[in-house]
Ligand binder design. Structure first.
Ligand code: GDP
Length: 361
């Protein structure tokens, strides 16, 4: 995230938001856990930050995990923000004003199992929303005779396998590339892809052993940097815009909303408009909450109060009158605009989400 002293610069770059999709049991949760775990081990303590509903992996940590695959001087995006709730259901209900809330997605496919119904649904949603994605061909460690090299880049461990294991894996990967083609996507092993706008990169990985995870982070970072930099140029000091992940009761706060902030800043005391079942809610932020650091978790307090948060981030907003707030609905800081204008904006967006949900249903 940018330093406070750079927030006056309207050209600030925000963190790209990453979502994980795929069929049940193909390894979405394990892969997210592995990314978080390797980032904690490799990075400085506290280098990865747990947000509400999301995990931020800063560029320094990406480059430590990726080792020789990443030269951090090639990047100026601050890192990657992973949405913690995997699955296409959360993906398709989470919108931003541009379309999908996530800027980029990982489609997890069990390399032995190939395309399954939820994989098909996920690619359809990715296509409809025009979300760039990579395929994580997961569970490569289950290839018969596989000799794991934990956390190593995929080509290194691939070279170290027996001919038999390599050819078994090749076969599974080519089948997967064929299935991608049947679904209208030209794809190839990522190191053969020249133009990621035309071809989807397939990254063989194991969420179990961490093999290929350095490659996955490298490719995500590279894609974001090369093709999304313009979209990441937001006015981070401007009025915040986000999407409700969940509406939750919290002891001492009443109803709260967990929000992924994708633009601007939200401050304690800000007037915000939140999409709801009926009319949008106009309320004032009473507290902005983020998870406590692990070391302090023994105390009763689970959250830290902060004065402000900048995109991209996951945070909890405590405010009066949030009972009717709706997951998937927009949240907007009013800022200098009139409340009516912002309410109208939120209503228009809600109407759009409702139409799209019906089309999908
Ligand atoms: P999800 O439903 O997509 O979130 O899948 P999970 O992450 O819960 O994984 C389903 C099962 O597959 C669990 O038992 C995992 O331990 C296992 N699994 C996930 N990834 C791998 C992998 O790369 N290798 C192996 N051997 N098992 C895996």
């Amino acid at each position: 995230m940018s330093d406070a002293d750079t927030t006056d610069d309207p050209g600030d770059l925000r963190t790209p938001i990453v979502a994980v999709l795929g069929h049940v049991d193909h390894g979405k949760t394990s892969l997210l856990d592995k990314i978080r775990g390797s980032a904690v081990i490799e990075g400085e303590a506290g280098a990865i930050t747990q947000h509400i509903g999301a995990t931020a992996v800063p560029l320094d940590t990406v480059s430590e995990v990726a080792g020789s695959l990443v030269d951090p001087t090639e990047f100026d995006l601050p890192g990657l923000l992973f949405i913690d709730t995997p699955g296409h259901h959360s993906f398709s209900t989470l919108r931003s004003r541009g379309g999908a809330l996530a800027d980029i997605a990982i489609l997890v496919v069990d390399v032995n199992d190939g395309f399954q119904p939820q994989t098909e649904e996920a690619v359809r949603i990715l296509k409809d929303t025009g979300t760039p994605f990579v395929v994580a061909a997961n569970k490569v460690d289950t290839t018969p005779g596989w000799n794991p090299n934990p956390d190593s880049p995929i080509q290194q461990t691939y070279e170290a396998q027996s001919d038999r294991a390599r050819s078994d894996l090749d076969e599974a990967l080519y089948e997967l590339i064929g299935e991608m083609s049947d679904h209208g996507f030209s794809s190839d092993l990522y190191w053969r892809v020249q133009n990621f706008q035309k071809n989807v990169g397939v990254i063989p990985v194991s969420a179990e052993t961490g093999e290929g995870v350095p490659d996955l982070l490298t490719v995500l970072m590279g894609l974001a940097q090369r093709y999304m930099k313009a979209e990441m140029e937001v006015d981070v000091a401007g009025p915040g815009a986000g999407t409700v992940l969940e509406v939750k009761d919290e002891q001492g706060f009443g109803k709260t909303v967990d929000v992924i902030l994708y633009d601007g800043t939200v401050r304690s005391g800000d007037t915000v408009v939140v999409g709801a079942q009926n009319d949008p809610i106009v309320t004032e932020v009473r507290a902005l909450l983020k998870p406590r650091e692990l070391a302090e978790i023994r105390t009763e307090k689970r959250f830290d109060d902060v004065d402000s948060m900048q995109a991209a981030a996951g945070l909890k907003i405590a405010a009066p009158d949030l009972d009717d707030a709706m997951p998937g609905a927009p949240v907007r800081v009013v800022g200098d605009r009139s409340v009516e204008e912002v309410v109208a904006e939120v209503e228009a967006e809600l109407a759009e989400v409702a139409v799209e949900t019906e089309e999908e249903g």
